[in-house]
Structures are given as structure tokens and as C-alpha cells.
Design a protein around this ligand. Structure first.
Ligand code: FAD
Length: 451
């Protein structure tokens, strides 16, 4: 059997890996249009802050290593179209400008997404950057040490924008962080958490311009100098656009069924509208456990899960994509937060009526000194008030307690209730935590509220 995999990031890598692990004799052709295999944007902040020194190490695999395993790796070669009837793809070799047809028995597409560009005038000026992939990583890194760059404006205060703002703040730049929403990280955290983070960001020389709409970029000598919003003007030597992504599927629109947002429609086995063609990653939707509906949740975790499941199905298994909760975590200077499932702030948009219990405590018993790691922890549990089902949670502390959110993700997936969580068995050791884990405490408080 010959399998063609398109895209070498999380989804494509996992698909290749999954096939190799189970049927290493499969003929695999793996295509990447960039000149580098399997760069991980997830590791970009670590590189930009100098924690990881070599940009080329921010990857899962090398072409040489994968070729040694028998994979036919094609770098700088773009798959430009698919002919489902003939079971062929057209490949454009970007090195010599030649094209050829390649036959497949099964095709897995992980073409991902590209950064969305804000549709305002001036967006073609120099020094308007994006933050995704190795090329942008290298360019952004140069700007962190460029003395001509003093004012950096980041547009979009989601987790990528927060990463960008933190990088440039740590590099000594003055950062303005603009978002159309009234709070940073509004889709990840409710206000109890973002109030604290807003102060942290401001304390680190990041000016928050939330609740503002970008209207225009203006410049001088072809370079950006100012970002204008509906409320103010911000001097900008560098603009980093992190205001969302769009699926990289224009080249597939005449071949596969797409949603109105351009996402590839897949069934629960990740098969597209055409036989023997599977799609995974940021250009698809995933089933969302708290609601049972499908959503676009652009995370590496989802892409890898899908890549593995597509590989299984290609190899003849019968495997459905499990529902996910959209769990994610991030550090913002001294704070570490994680969230999963629904928040108070996202329930209405998902058409679900929820209630929440917010609790705060210290991570360890009061006799443990701060110097031993005892820190304030903030936790919010979101649930269905009628059937008590756990639907989401958020946690934040200066101590890294983010892994608790994985337990809540599992509770959501297992359709557990507040009653299950209130007395669930979690370990206690004063060096780590308290006799009642904060998840128990929040569930007990929620039940009391409902009684
Ligand atoms: P992409 O990563 O978009 O990659 C698609 C690949 O396919 C690209 O290499 C592209 O060049 C190639 N390609 C596209 N079309 C073709 C074609 N026609 N022919 C050949 N090659 C093609 N997620 C997390 O879970 N945790 C994190 O901490 C995290 N941090 C992130 C930080 C940043 C700065 C960014 C930008 C993203 C982060 N993400 C994180 C999200 C995660 O990176 C994405 O969800 C993930 O990359 C999606 O993988 P993908 O395989 O769908 O596609």
C-alpha cells in the first residue's frame, strides 16, 4: 500500500509515525512545502527567549532520520492538487519548478493553517510579522536584539499573542498588546484570572489596549511606524499579528467538502468527503466533549491525536476520533495557568447554560512556608446546574499546579458529575498539596450552592 502524507507538522508527523509503528513496510511519501521538516511552533517562545539555542532543534524529526526509517521525505515540494478519481496528487517541486503526478492508495492531509492577516490598509508595510513556523521564528528572534526596535505592538491577546508580548517584554522592549475583546486571554480564562494577569502584564511594561479595533497601519519609507485603533495611535517599530488563523485549504476547495470557514469536513473516522482521503489538524474540526458538537480547536494535541487515528484507519482499523475538551496551559511571567472545556465566558456562545464555583486557597497547608513553594491557587469549576455534569475548569498559581486540569479533562470526557468530583480520591502530601484537593473543594462548594 502507498500512503501519501501532506504536511510535516504535528498532524503529518504523527500520521507517518503511526503508520511506521504498525506497518513499517508501508510505502510512505511525506511532503513538506517548506524547506524544513517538522518545526514545532509550540517551542517558539523557548527559542525566542534563548532557553533553546538552536532553532533547528525545535522539531520532532529530521528528513535524514525519517529516510533512514524508510520514509520517502520530500522537502520544498508542494502538493498543489488532488484528483480523487484517479487517486493522484500533483506535486510542485519548488527547487526546479517541475511538476509531476504521484499515485496514492490512501492520502492523509495535514495542511494546517496560516496566520490570519488583519484586513486594514498598511498591512504590506515592512516589519509587520506573524508568529508561526520556523521562518517567522528566525525573523522574530532577530528583532528581539535589534536596537532600532523599541516599540512592539502585538495584535491579538490569545495565547500566542501573550507569548509574543512576553518575549519582547523580556527583551527590554515596550510592548502594546491590542485585542478587540475586553480582556486578554478572554477565550481561555474568566475575569477572576485575567484581572490578576492584567496587573502582571502591566507590571512587565506591557500596555494593554483591550476592547480596541485596529483600523490602520501607517509607516514611513515603507516600514511600519504606527498602529491606529478606533481609540488611539501606538508607535510601532514592529507589529506582530497573532489575531487568529485561517485554514490552508484554498487549494482543496474544488476537491473536498469544506465548511463556510474553509475547514475540511471530516467524519468521525477523519475521512473527508472523498474515499481514501483523510484530513487532520488545524484545518479540521474536532468533537468537543462538553457539548458533543464539533469545533475548531487548533492545538498540537488534537492534531497528533487525529494523526494517529487517521493512520490507524488507513491501516484498516476502525477507530473514531474521541471527543476532546480543548485543554491548554501557559505561563505568563510568574504565573502558570491551564484551562479546559467550557468557561463562564464561553458557555453562551456554545449554547449551554452553566454555573461555576470559584475557590482560592494556598497550594499547601498554612504551616508550610512560602519559601517551600506554598502559593495562592485560584480554581474555577464550571458545570451544568441541572444534571451536575462537569463541563470545564481553570486553574492558576505561581506554583505549577496545571496538571490538575488534565484530571478535569478526563472528568469531562467520562461525563463525571460534581458528586463524583466532590469526594474523588486525590493524594495528599504537605510538600505538594492539601488533604482536600482544590478540585474536591470546588465541587463541594458547587454542590452546596445548588442545594
Ligand atoms: P501546521 O502546524 O499548520 O503545519 C502544516 C504543515 O504543512 C506546514 O509545515 C506547511 O508548510 C505544510 N503544508 C501545507 N500545505 C502543504 C502542501 N500543499 N504541500 C506540502 N506541504 C504543505 N498547540 C499546543 O497544543 N500546545 C502549544 O503549546 C502550542 N503552542 C503554539 C505556539 C505557537 C506560536 C503557535 C503558532 C501554535 C501553537 N500551538 C500549540 C498550535 C499548534 O502549533 C498547531 O495546532 C499545530 O501546529 C497544528 O498542526 P497541523 O499539522 O495541523 O498543521
Amino acid at each position: 500500500m502507498k500512503v501519501i502524507v501532506v504536511g510535516s507538522s504535528h498532524g503529518g508527523y504523527e500520521a507517518v509515525r503511526g503508520i511506521l509503528a504498525e506497518q513499517p513496510d508501508t510505502e510512505i511519501q511525506w511532503y513538506e512545502k517548506g524547506d524544513f521538516i517538522s518545526f514545532l511552533s509550540c517551542g517558539m517562545q523557548l527559542y525566542l527567549e534563548g532557553v533553546v539555542k538552536n532553532v533547528n532543534s525545535v522539531r520532532y524529526a529530521t528528513a535524514k532520520g525519517m529516510r533512514a526509517k524508510g520514509v520517502n521525505v520530500f522537502v520544498h515540494q508542494e502538493v498543489t492538487s488532488v484528483n480523487p478519481d484517479a487517486h493522484t496528487v500533483t506535486v510542485h517541486n519548488l527547487d526546479d519548478d517541475s511538476t509531476r503526478e504521484e499515485k496514492y492508495d490512501k492520502l492523509i492531509l495535514s495542511a494546517g493553517a496560516i496566520p490570519a492577516s488583519i484586513p486594514v490598509s498598511g498591512r504590506d508595510l515592512e516589519n509587520v510579522y506573524a508568529m508561526r513556523g520556523r521562518d517567522w521564528a528566525i525573523r522574530l528572534k532577530a528583532k528581539t536584539v535589534d536596537p532600532d526596535v523599541q516599540n512592539v505592538t502585538v495584535i491579538g491577546a490569545g495565547y500566542i499573542g501573550i507569548e509574543a508580548a512576553e518575549v519582547f517584554s523580556k527583551a527590554g522592549k515596550h510592548v502594546t498588546l491590542i485585542d478587540i475583546l475586553p480582556r486578554p486571554l478572554a477565550l481561555y480564562l474568566d475575569q477572576e484570572f485575567t484581572d490578576i494577569l492584567e496587573k502582571t502584564l502591566t507590571d512587565h511594561n506591557i500596555y494593554l489596549a483591550t476592547g480596541q479595533t485596529v483600523k490602520e497601519f501607517t509607516g514611513k519609507d515603507g516600514k511600519v511606524t504606527t498602529v491606529k485603533t478606533d481609540q488611539a495611535e501606538y508607535p510601532s517599530d514592529l507589529v506582530v499579528e497573532t489575531a487568529g488563523i485561517k485554514p490552508n485549504t484554498n487549494w482543496l476547495k474544488d476537491t473536498l467538502d469544506l465548511t463556510d470557514k474553509g475547514l475540511v469536513k471530516v467524519d468521525d473516522h477523519l475521512q473527508t468527503s472523498q474515499p481514501d482521503i483523510y484530513a487532520v489538524g488545524d484545518s479540521t474540526k474536532v468533537p468537543f466533549a462538553p457539548t458533543g458538537k464539533s469545533l475548531q480547536i487548533a492545538l498540537a494535541t488534537n492534531a497528533r491525536r487525529q494523526g494517529r487515528i487517521a493512520a490507524k484507519n488507513v491501516l484498516g482499523h476502525d477507530m473514531k476520533m474521541p471527543a476532546v475538551s480543548g485543554s491548554s496551559a501557559l505561563s505568563v511571567f510568574d504565573y502558570h495557568f491551564a484551562s479546559t472545556g467550557l468557561k463562564e465566558g464561553t458557555s453562551a456562545a456554545n449554547g449551554v447554560k452553566t454555573q461555576s464555583a470559584f475557590v482560592t486557597d494556598t497550594t499547601q497547608p498554612p504551616f508550610v512556608p512560602d519559601a517551600a513553594g506554598n502559593q495562592q491557587v485560584y480554581f474555577k469549576l464550571t458545570f451544568n446546574p441541572e444534571n451536575h455534569q462537569v463541563l470545564g475548569a481553570q486553574i492558576m498559581s505561581k506554583r505549577d499546579v496545571t496538571a490538575n486540569i488534565n484530571a478535569i479533562s478526563l472528568a469531562i470526557q467520562g461525563k463525571m458529575t460534581l458528586d463524583d468530583l466532590a469526594y474523588a480520591d486525590f493524594f495528599f502530601q504537605p510538600g505538594f498539596d492539601r488533604p482536600w484537593n482544590i478540585m474536591n473543594v470546588a465541587a463541594q462548594e458547587a454542590l452546596q450552592k445548588l442545594a
